[in-house]
Design a protein around this ligand. Structure first.
Ligand SMILES: [Mg+2]
Length: 172
C-alpha cells in the first residue's frame, strides 16, 4: 500500500515541539532537518534565534544534527555557515541517494528526519527506512514545483486522514 510511504511517524506544529529530552528518551541521537519552511521560511536568509537555540539545546544533549535541502546555492551555503551544521544540498528528495549519503556520513543507525512536505521529506525518509516527523510548513513563498506537488499532497493528506493513519499533532 503506497499510503504507508507517505505516512509520517509523528506530527508536530513546529520544530520547537520536538524536545531534546523526548529525542533522548526515544533513542534518537541523530536528527536530519529539512531547511525550507521547516527550519526557516523559504523567503528568509537567516535562521531565527529560537531555531538557533533549539539546535544548541540538541547539541548539548549530545544529539547529532544535520540539515538537508533540495535547494543549493549561496542562501543554503549561508545557512550552513550560520548554523555550523553538516548540510546535504540539492538532495533530490525523495530519491534515495542523499539518504544513503547521510546514513553513511552519520555512521548509520537510527536517524530521525523532519520536514514539511509529504512527497519529499516524508516519502524519502520512509522509502529509505527512516522514521520521520511531519511539521506544519512555515509558509514562506514556495517554489512553483512545490506549489504543484502541494495539490497532490492534499490528496494524500485526505487519504491518510480518511484511513485514520495520520498521527495526531502533538508536542514531543
Ligand atoms: Mg521544506
Amino acid at each position: 500500500m503506497i499510503l504507508k510511504y507517505v505516512c509520517p511517524d509523528y506530527r508536530v506544529k513546529s520544530l520547537f515541539d520536538i524536545s531534546a529530552k523526548w529525542l533522548k528518551r526515544n533513542g534518537y541521537t541523530k536528527i536530519v532537518v529539512d531547511i525550507d519552511n521547516t527550519l526557516l521560511p523559504r523567503d528568509k536568509n537567516l535562521v531565527g534565534p529560537r531555531a538557533m537555540t533549539w539546535i544548541r539545546q540538541l547539541h548539548q544533549m549530545g544529539i547529532n544534527v544535520a540539515l538537508i535541502s533540495n535547494n543549493g546555492g549561496d542562501r543554503i551555503k549561508g545557512i550552513t555557515r550560520q548554523t555550523g551544521l553538516g548540510t546535504i544540498m540539492r538532495a533530490a528528495k525523495p530519491l534515495p541517494m542523499a539518504y544513503k549519503q547521510i546514513t553513511k556520513a552519520m555512521g548509520g543507525g537510527k536517524i530521525l528526519f523532519v520536514g514539511d512536505q509529504l512527497l519529499t521529506d516524508v516519502l524519502g525518509a520512509k522509502v529509505a527506512g527512516h522514521p520521520v516527523v511531519f511539521v506544519e510548513s512555515l509558509g514562506g513563498k514556495e517554489h512553483f514545483i512545490t506549489r504543484c506537488t502541494r495539490k497532490l499532497e492534499k490528496f494524500f493528506l485526505g487519504r491518510l486522514q480518511s484511513n485514520n493513519m495520520m498521527p495526531k499533532e502533538r508536542v514531543l
